[in-house]
Ligand binder design. Sequence first.
Ligand SMILES: Nc1ncnc2c1ncn2[C@@H]1O[C@H](COP(=O)(O)OP(=O)(O)OP(=O)(O)O)[C@@H](O)[C@H]1O
Ligand SMILES: [Mg+2]
Length: 228
Amino acid sequence: MSAIELRDASVRLGDQLALEAVRVDLDARRIAVIGSNGSGKSTFARLVGGLVGASSGSVRVEGLDPIKQASALRRRVGFVFSNPDAQILMPTVAEDAAFSLRAERLPRAEVADRVRSALLDVGLGALADRSAHELSGGQKQLLALCGALIRRPSLLIADEPTAFLDARNSRMIADRLFADADRRLLLVTHDLALAARCDVALLFIDGRLDEVGDPLQVIDRYEASLSC
Ligand SMILES: Nc1ncnc2c1ncn2[C@@H]1O[C@H](COP(=O)(O)OP(=O)(O)OP(=O)(O)O)[C@@H](O)[C@H]1O
Ligand SMILES: [Mg+2]
C-alpha cells in the first residue's frame, strides 16, 4: 500500500465538482501540487489531510481513512497555510508554539524543551518572549511552520506557504520545509522553482489530475497548457 492512495476520489463542494475521479499512488517524500487557480489543488490537499471528505471513491493516507480515522490521522499530519495571521492563536511566540502541543498532555518541562528546540529549528529562538502578533509576515509564517513541526508529523501539508512572503522569507520557509529527511511533504505551490525541488509533481487542470511524474516534465506540461 502506498503512503497516499486515491481511488477515483471525487469531491463535490456545493454544486461544484472540485475534484473529479482522482486516482493516484504516492510514495515520494516531497510531492509538489501545481495548477491554475481553481484547479483543485487545495481541495486535493484538504482531502489528503482529512479536512474534507470524498463524495465518492476512496482515500487512504498512511493506511488510514482520513475521515473515519480522523483522530489517528490528525496525530500524524501537520498543516501550514498561506495566511499566518489565521494560524497564530496565542499572545507570545513561545506560548503559540506550546499551544500546538496541548493535545499531547506532555509534562510542562518537556513542552518547554520541545518549544525551545522547535523555535531554534525555525530560527525564532531569540524571539520566544515576543508578542506573536507583532512579528513580521515572514516571522509569523515561520511560527506557523514551527507550530506544525513541533508535533513531529510524518506528513506535512503546506498549501502555498510562501504566497505572501518576500524572496528571503520564501527561501527560509522552503529550506525548513525541505529540511527533514524523514517527513513527507505535500506542497501546493505556484512557485514552480519550489515545485522543481520536489521528487514528484502533480498537475491539476479543472479538477482533474492531468499528470503525475518528474517535476520538470510536469512543469513543462503545465506551462504548455497555459499557452493553449
Ligand atoms: N467551499 C466551497 N464551495 C464551493 N466551491 C468551492 C469551495 N471551495 C472551493 N470551491 C471550488 O472548487 C474548485 C477548486 O478549488 P480549490 O480551492 O481546490 O482550487 P486551487 O487549485 O487551490 O486554487 P488556488 O490556486 O486559487 O488556490 C474551484 O472551482 C472552487 O471555486
Ligand atoms: Mg488553493
